[in-house]
Design a protein around this ligand. Structure first.
Ligand code: ZN
Length: 525
């Protein structure tokens, strides 16, 4: 039986990787592409890691696994917790591989905290609270430490390095360097049918330094001639070396998949969706915004963190969502990317003020206002596409999906700004749906139709001849595993356990600490 090796580069996009390959900076990826088939892998809407990796794990769209944002709201309140593995309300292929008795190794896969029971080894990825078990088996960190390849959690909080690219790059290279060593050790010391690792330095670096590697960024041509250019490319060289190391440990019979959770586009402009809604007359802030405002970005945040650390307050100061609910008709409900807006509906939201009879009218007005908004500084519209919830989402958890969904225009991020709209500051790129895929293996042939992220889980199960516990919305990529490959479906109960909001998996203090780190990653402000 052949094995499957999967290498994930969070946020990778051919728009950035192709020019790097042409320059010879990514020889291992280039060699992999030469051996197999290259394609664009379509991500989810909303387009960010916290909705996309669960779709990767389940083979279903966000509407059927229920994770739309990095934070989830406790029903009937405005209290929010960071999402966790327990927030994924559908069975994952991790559970299917475990039930099929497959030996699997998962390294740094986002949203695998708290670590599920599997057969094999797992290091949870994403944002982790300190001092909690984050691996399976739980003593894996000690094993790695004893082997001289310690694992470091979190890191690469790019927003906390506001306009300080060099220290940011040093941290990205240092933390990732450790992860390369641990990954090599895990590959050498594990039997595996399936092994995957996710490399997040690509995403983090592109957020703040796409102006060095994104040919569509207005500063790209000038930045390419600088000394720093090489150091930014080093982040890509480092993960390319890791890719080469991992591919070298496979056989001709093995299937190799190279994927991203979403693609990337350059940004020179940024919005703050709540501030834009205020400007358009649909939202009011609380007075407390004045107090919290200055801590929300860059150097002030860093100072605030130092104060918290010194006083032992770290993790105890939560960042407020400073909306005045009694005066607000619409608010940002996907805070990590600004892609989702909700109507403050009476009977659904606590303190909702929009009468259900007026819902369609208000939603239509808000959609018109957002879609027709023109950035006065550029004369361009920041919102490329706008959709009603029911036009995008039809499935089990549609009722918790945002009422309005948006896709940003080229050069725009719908988040990361301090005001309604402004020149992007220490933000150079943000997500887009067009990600990457390379497939190599004995059965690989050209893609007939564009592969999707939700196709990956059924394809892995088909390659490993493991039954599925659910019907996937994605398809088996026969171009990867051959025409005859199938997945038997034995429907089983959902992976079980209450969701994070029913029974929080972290304490309030841990949630606040995680939110601080999420803010550092630019996911919330
Ligand atoms: Zn990202």
């Amino acid at each position: 039986m052949s094995r499957v090796l999967l290498i994930g580069w969070d946020g990778a996009d051919w728009r950035i990787l192709d020019p790097l390959m042409e320059q010879g900076a990514l020889p291992n990826l280039e060699a992999l592409v030469a051996r197999g088939q290259k394609g664009v892998l379509r991500s989810t809407i909303p387009t960010h890691s916290w909705a996309a990796w669960p779709s990767f794990m389940t083979g279903v769209d966000p509407v059927d696994h229920g994770v739309y944002d990095i934070l989830e709201t406790v029903p009937g309140t405005h209290k929010q917790y960071p999402v966790s593995y327990k927030s994924i309300k559908e069975r994952t292929f991790l559970a299917d591989l475990a039930d099929a008795g497959k030996e699997a190794v998962y390294i740094d896969l986002p949203l695998t905290f708290p670590p599920p029971d599997i057969k094999g080894k797992l290091i949870a990825g994403g944002v982790l609270p300190k001092g909690r078990d984050f691996t399976y088996p739980a003593d894996l960190p000690q094993t790695l430490e004893g082997a001289g390849v310690p694992w470091e959690i979190n890191g690469m909080s790019w927003t906390t390095y506001h306009n300080k690219p060099d220290p940011y790059l040093e941290e990205a290279l240092r933390v990732t360097g450790k992860r390369v060593k641990a990954t090599e050790w895990l590959m050498d010391n594990s039997d595996w049918d399936f092994l995957m690792s996710v490399w997040v330095s690509v995403d983090r670096t592109q957020h703040c330094l796409s102006d060095y590697v994104g040919p569509d960024h207005p500063d790209y041509a000038a930045n390419r001639k600088t000394q720093r250019y090489n150091k930014v490319v080093d982040v890509f060289r480092q993960v390319d070396d890791a890719l080469g190391m991992m591919v070298d440990k496979t056989n001709e019979d093995d299937t190799i998949l190279f994927v991203s959770d979403h693609g990337f586009q350059s940004c020179s402009r940024a919005l703050h969706m709540d501030h834009l809604l205020k400007r358009l007359g649909y939202l009011e802030f609380d007075a407390s915004n004045v107090i919290y405002g200055p801590m929300q970005w860059g150097p002030m945040r860093k100072v605030a963190r130092k104060v918290y650390d010194t006083l032992g307050l770290h993790g105890k100061v939560s960042l407020k969502q400073p909306v005045s609910w009694s005066k607000t008709k619409a608010y940002t409900s996907i805070r990590s990317t600004g892609e989702g807006v909700n109507i403050n509906l009476a009977g659904r939201e606590p303190g909702g003020i929009v009468d259900p009879a007026d819902f369609e009218k208000v939603r239509g007005d808000v959609m018109d206002a957002l879609a027709s908004f023109v950035d006065p500084d550029t004369g361009r519209k920041p919102v490329k596409e706008i959709h009603r919830r029911e036009d995008v989402f039809q499935g089990k958890y549609a009722d918790t999906a945002p009422d309005i969904l948006m896709v940003p225009a080229e050069q725009y991020s719908l988040t990361h700004a301090k005001s309604a709209y402004e020149k992007a500051d220490w933000l150079a790129g943000d997500h887009r749906p067009e990600g990457v895929m390379v497939a190599v293996g004995p059965n690989v042939r050209p893609f007939e139709t564009e592969p999707k992220l939700v196709d990956v889980a059924p394809t892995i199960l088909a390659a490993l001849d493991a039954p599925a516990g659910i019907k996937h919305s994605g398809r088996i990529l026969h171009e990867v595993v051959g025409s005859d490959a199938q997945v038997e479906v034995h429907e089983v109960a959902k992976q079980g356990g209450p969701s994070s909001t029913e029974q929080p998996v972290v304490t309030d203090a841990e949630a606040a600490e995680m939110e601080e780190h999420l803010a550092g990653l630019g996911y919330i402000d």
